[in-house]
Design a protein around this ligand. Structure first.
Ligand SMILES: *Cc1c(COP(=O)(O)O)cnc(C)c1O
Length: 431
């Protein structure tokens, strides 16, 4: 019944849609937002954030599941705080992210710490905060954590991030579970490394984890990895090592264009089935979803500064650029582009490349889009909630965009646009 109700909500609730011929975020017009806050502007829907969280909540079916939001996808404090109030933990990859969790009133006891290059200060901060678990990615890191925990007179909770050598069937830059990736330890060596960890006095083994990639649309790569993890857990049991949780990482994809990604319910139903069949249903299941929690909850709003035609090629030059949204040029990623006030033309729409003002040929946001456009038009770059603002920079001395969250008819400015002065405030002349 709950599932049925949820599906119903999902089909009815579209968080960015046309109302009175103008694209809205919930019940606020994007035209109004551009007027009030300027462009480029990141606009998020609070309801979309809730719905994404809810899709995992429903999928958990009341079992012991901890969603540790993969916060590098979007780490605005307001978003972290929102998820934290819904009960999530966080998957962090730096000491900086831990500081954000604390600033957002997140619970450090629900934080897992991933990453191949944890520095001493980061390990110290995580031990001081009392995180749930270090997802350890090498033997050298185990030794460093053991050493630091010893100095502090505490036991560090650890899990080994294993590399199951499965193909997540996604873009090579966001595939992380193949044996030639830098992540984790070879799953075949894991039993020996766990044995060494068990002998280290200042470590407490609590789990095992893997994260095989991002924008994964099928569940088969997860199930391939899970088979190997189950075999590993059994092996560890025979060595007298018992775990309390299994972390299968993040990576579920979202719809950018016509993808039909597996849902959290499809994924977790299959995972529970495999765990129950292996008599491991008692393990806490930890998830680290990032993109699927925020990706479709945001758009990047931008204004057309100029339109021009070189030879036969049409360009719309907008005020957002690769410094605001690097995914297209970095991953060849496709984002839908929606006019905020669609024009209807009688002639066929020309194919535009949507480009920014930055002095790089790689500065493009979309290519070959059939649109009727004119100078001054507003465009929404869709599905820009994940790996968008967090990857933005100030290249070309461009202030980073403002961010707002829309909640029905209200708007919250959750990060003002950076001022020009702030970009070089801390720089110093030499004599
Ligand atoms: C980036 C990352 C995630 C989140 O991945 P998504 O594809 O955004 O769900 C989770 N875990 C780890 C270790 C990561 O590096």
């Amino acid at each position: 019944m709950l599932n049925f109700y949820f599906d119903l909500i999902m089909t009815v609730a579209k968080h960015f849609q046309l109302k009175d011929d103008t694209l809205h975020a919930e019940n606020v017009s994007l035209e109004q937002l551009a007027h009030d806050f300027g462009t480029p502007l990141y606009v998020y829907s609070r309801q979309a954030l809730h719905d994404a969280w809810y899709s995992y909540h429903v999928a958990a079916q009341g079992r012991d599941v901890l969603v540790c939001y993969g916060m590098k996808a979007n780490s605005n404090l307001a978003i972290l705080n929102e998820f934290s109030r819904l009960g999530t933990g966080f998957d962090i990859v730096s000491g900086g992210e831990l500081a954000r969790v604390i600033a957002a009133k997140g619970d450090p006891a629900k934080v897992v710490f991933s990453g191949v290059g944890k520095q001493r200060w980061e390990i110290e901060a995580a031990l001081d905060a009392g995180i749930k678990c270090f997802n350890v990615e090498s033997e050298a890191e185990l030794e460093r954590i053991n050493q630091i925990a010893g100095e502090k007179g505490v036991k560090a909770p650890i899990s080994l991030r294993v590399n199951p050598d499965v193909d997540a069937k996604t873009h090579p830059y966001i595939s992380t579970g193949l044996k030639d990736n830098k992540f984790g330890v070879d799953i075949n060596e894991a039993p020996a490394i766990y044995a060494r960890a068990q002998a280290m006095p200042h470590l407490e083994i609590v789990g095992v984890d893997c994260h095989i990639g991002s924008q994964i649309t099928e569940i088969s790569p997860y199930l391939d990895a899970l088979d190997k993890l189950i075999a590993l857990i059994k092996q560890l049991q025979s060595q007298g090592i018992t775990l309390s949780h299994l972390d299968i990482g993040g990576g579920l994809g979202i719809r950018y264009t016509d993808e039909t990604p597996a849902t959290p319910t499809e994924l977790l139903s299959a995972v529970f089935k495999a765990l129950d069949a292996a008599d491991l249903g008692h393990l806490q299941l930890v998830l680290e979803p990032g993109r699927s929690m925020v990706g479709n909850a945001g758009v990047l709003l931008t204004r057309v500064e100029y339109v021009k035609t070189n030879q036969d090629k049409h360009f719309a030059i907008v005020d957002a650029a690769m410094n605001d949204l690097i995914r297209p040029t970095l991953y060849d990623a496709w984002h839908d582009v929606e006019p905020v006030r669609p024009r209807t033309g009688s002639a066929p729409a020309p194919a535009y490349d949507i480009v920014g003002p930055i002095c790089e040929s790689g500065d493009w946001l979309a290519k070959d889009r059939a649109l009727h456009l004119a100078q001054g038009d507003l465009l929404a770059i869709m599905s820009a909630g994940a790996y968008a603002f967090t990857m933005s920079s100030q290249y070309n001395t461009r202030p980073r965009a403002a961010e707002v969250i829309v909640d029905d008819q209200s708007v919250h400015l959750v990060r003002p646009r950076e001022s020009l002065e702030s970009l070089f405030d801390s720089e110093r002349l030499i004599d």
